[in-house]
Design a protein around this ligand. Sequence first.
Ligand code: PLP
Length: 508
Amino acid sequence: MENKFLIDVNIALDILLDRLDTSPRIYELFQKLKALPTIYLSTSQLHTIAFIFFKEGRKSRPLHILQEEWQLFLKFFTLIKTPAYLDVNDPLFQRDTEDYLIEASAKIVGAKIITRDTAFLRASEYAVSIDDFLSLPVQEEKNIAFLDLKAINEAHASELERAFDGVLHSGWYIQGQQVKAFESEFAAYCGTPFCIGVANGLDALTLTLRAWKEMGRLKEGDKILVPANTYIASILAITENRLIPVLVEPDPATFNISPSEILKFLDSKTKAILPVHLYGQMADMPAIKEIAEKNDLLVLEDAAQAHGAIIGGKKAGSWGDAAGFSFYPGKNLGALGDAGAVTTHDEELALTIRALGNYGSHIKYENLYQGVNSRLDEIQAALLRVKLFHLDKDIEKRQAVARQYMEGINHPEILLPAWKEDASHVFHLFVLRCQRRDALQAYLAEKGIQTLIHYPVAPHKQKAYGAWKGIRLPLTEQIHREVLSLPMGSIICKIDVFEVIKVLNEFN
Ligand SMILES: Cc1ncc(COP(=O)(O)O)c(C=O)c1O
């Protein structure tokens, strides 16, 4: 059966008030519950549980102890909101509204309700008794997911719900206070004076290049140096603007564009460099900036995978003339849908991008450019503000997982990523290399460990760029054949990481 359970008021109180007389198996139950990845409480129950707990508890212990116990108890649970969509015709609603609300919360996450209320047990197919729960073979969570997005967002469920409610009831959904606040918070976080919210990461890059064209800094046919082994979006932004991408081989240790390779490609038509901080590791920005300054080149960072990464004391997004960020849900700073942003020090660029993303308009109904509609919306901005607040803590957790992998993985066929113990890598992905990559991936899958490949086909080998079929990029092609991304994230637990390490080291 599914490992999802919510507890009824009576069970919560049995635990809180040590009611062994009414629930002799309550400790056993709580131990089994605590071993599950998530346990739930419905917000509809909270006031009742709190009221009875404090009233009864005061008979035996002082208030400050009760307060501590209450906070400790809540830490075990994910709170599930009581939905506003009620079905007054539901028989359970008519029989017992309180039970109906608990069931409604449980249905949101697909949880069973543990209760010792016999009427509830009879009335709801979601309800299970203590004895039934204890006798259930609760399925061991054997599979290790590559990324458990649901769990990542559930960790902030209450704050996200509050943010969502704020927008829902504001009546303002596009270009309002949430976007403004997020833009200024994210700009401050990155260390730039300007941030412009857009619809996604691809638009962040495309609109920046387009803005430079409108500003006369670039023109059709100009060359842009870009890593050959990037996600295709970096290159799509260039070709969409009728600029010429020049594919540069990476440094195989870091997977990032190599400054010495950049030097080989400079000519009079080269006008910009688009370094990508791939997998969360900053490209060598001090060297890239130096080359750009000497050769009068623009620098557009593709920081889609590197929110919060730092090199030379400066964050991703603050090194280039501009930077594009993606807040795709799986990113380190992920929205609950598509979203993106540009950061920059250049006010004229910021204004141009903002206009281009708003139908080409600075002022309503005045159109300077043939623009597009690419705006960050209020809901995503409000949710991103919550996630931004937790980003640094999440990055530390990712770095701790990476450290564990680096220390534990020891296999002659596996090449680990190069990582200086510093803040320059935020481990959006933990990517190793192995010549027998496909066999390794199949072996891990058989052991219940999910991995992904970033990316299986290099951009110059894609049908979309059929004209580049003849280009040979041996390092890039080798990387695409050998890379494998291990489970990574801010909520993956140490035991799971140990399991991945153990299984990897036994690969033969
Ligand atoms: C390196 C890189 N650049 C650009 C993008 C595009 O971002 P989005 O998916 O938000 O358009 C992504 C994300 O997928 C990416 O990984």
